[in-house]
Design a protein around this ligand. Structure first.
Ligand SMILES: Nc1ncnc2c1ncn2[C@@H]1O[C@H](COP(=O)(O)OP(=O)(O)OP(=O)(O)O)[C@@H](O)[C@H]1O
Ligand SMILES: [Mg+2]
Length: 392
């Protein structure tokens, strides 16, 4: 009996299906480590809950650490703000450095703490033009100091081959923090392209919008949508961890599991895990069959329903009406048109904007351009149709 190698609800050990992104990251890593170059654009991967954002960033981090880059990891959204979290991360990572090496870093850390910490300066919400100026000033000063801090940290060639800042849940970062980071990166790009540093962030589908609201020059950010996994990637995610334990999947079992999981990484892990259990946690030499997948289905459905129930409970009546309409319209077509929605809900199409934006922010619907939306997580639309009747 071997324990399951699958990771429902945990960081994935490998990220099949993300090859292009991994390749891109590897190339940028080489630019930093081998050629001592700055990665001038802040990279942001975005997608729904459970699509694999954190797993992707962790995979990047493993690659970076293999190349002896210093990695700072921040999960945005703490009340102290993004910049304070970055400061804390750098302080922690350089704590064991000898005094002489870290002296400049500590100086900048303290300076930045003071700049950011002045009440009402960095966090001012800018109601009057005087305040706007004060805020801009503080951000500029903060950005300059952050830039100096990044330089001092990344420039220590003895200890650091490159500096990579990882920011998870970036949609929850404060606007001031995003602005400060963006300005700092803009300065670095213009004045110090030879500093081996990069920022890789991940967030929900509203991350690009949140960032665009915070900074005017958000084209400095490189956005990468995370898609559902292809059949091939799902097969790799199911087969490879088992193969490492000398357990094989029958090909019709793989096919069925991939079909049921429909590309959703969390569901793939649930199927892998439940099929493993159904097969009796096989020893080396064992096989997972289509029958095991069939047995697994009940427990996977239960887990997914719990997830959907929690997401559903977390919506307002208005959002529910919208979701119900999308779920029923989606039964017949992949993408739901704004005008069709307005008709079903009997409201003007403009009045739908804010509820639509909230649902995108929650990662419950995805905008497919031209005003169309879809409920992307497999099974969720069906769950909603079971709960609520067709409003038409
Ligand atoms: N490329 C992948 N292949 C297979 N499984 C994956 C892949 N990426 C992530 N997973 C699995 O999918 C689930 C969700 O992964 P992860 O926590 O990284 O997603 P997330 O987008 O960060 O979710 P959240 O928005 O809830 O933070 C986990 O069970 C993880 O093991
Ligand atoms: Mg995550």
């Amino acid at each position: 009996m071997q324990p399951s190698p699958y990771t429902p609800g945990e960081i994935a050990r490998a990220v099949p299906g993300r090859g292009e992104l991994i390749e891109e990251f590897t190339e940028r890593l080489s630019l930093m480590v081998d050629l001592q170059r700055l990665i001038g654009r802040v990279h942001v991967a975005f997608g729904e809950r459970g699509i694999g954002k954190t797993s992707l960033l962790r995979a990047y981090q493993r690659l970076a650490e293999e190349r002896e880059a210093l990695c700072i990891w921040v999960t945005a959204g703490e009340p102290a703000g993004l910049v304070v979290q970055i400061i804390d991360g750098i302080r922690e990572a350089t704590r064991s450095w000898p005094q002489a090496a870290a002296a400049t870093i500590r100086e900048h850390l303290d300076e930045l703490t003071v700049t950011i910490g002045v009440p009402g300066v960095a966090s001012v919400s800018a109601k009057t033009s005087a305040k706007t100026k004060a805020a801009t000033m503080a951000e500029t000063v903060g950005a300059r100091t952050l830039e100096k801090l990044i330089r001092a940290t990344a420039e220590d060639r003895k200890r650091v081959k490159a500096l990579v800042l990882f920011i998870d849940e970036v949609q929850s970062a404060d606007a001031d923090g995003i602005r400060t980071l963006a300005y700092a990166w803009q300065h670095l790009q213009a004045e110090h392209p030879d500093i081996p540093a990069a920022v890789y962030a991940a967030g929900l589908p509203n991350a690009p919008e949140q960032i665009a609201d915070a900074v005017t020059f958000s084209e400095r950010f490189a956005y990468r949508p995370l898609e559902m996994l292809s059949v091939g990637a799902q097969v790799a995610a199911l087969r490879d961890p088992a193969a490492e334990l000398n357990v094989a999947w029958d090909s019709d079992a793989l096919e069925r599991a991939a079909e049921l999981a429909a590309g959703y990484p969390y569901a793939v892990q649930l199927y892998g895990d439940a099929a493993w259990v159904a097969a009796g946690r096989p020893d080396a030499g064992g096989t997972i069959t289509k029958r095991n997948v069939k047995t697994a289905r009940a427990s996977v459905d239960r887990d997914l329903r719990n997830l959907f129930a929690a997401r559903w409970a977390n919506t307002t009546p208005n959002q529910r009406r919208f979701l119900v309409a999308v779920a029923w319209l989606q039964e017949k077509q992949d993408f739901v048109d704004r005008a069709d929605l307005a008709e079903v809900l009997d409201v003007s199409s403009r009045s739908l904007s804010s509820v639509r934006a909230r649902l995108i922010a929650k990662g419950l619907i995805r905008s497919e351009g031209h005003g169309t939306v879809t409920i992307p997580v497999p099974g969720f639309a069906g769950y909603i149709r079971e709960l609520e009747e067709d409003p038409r």
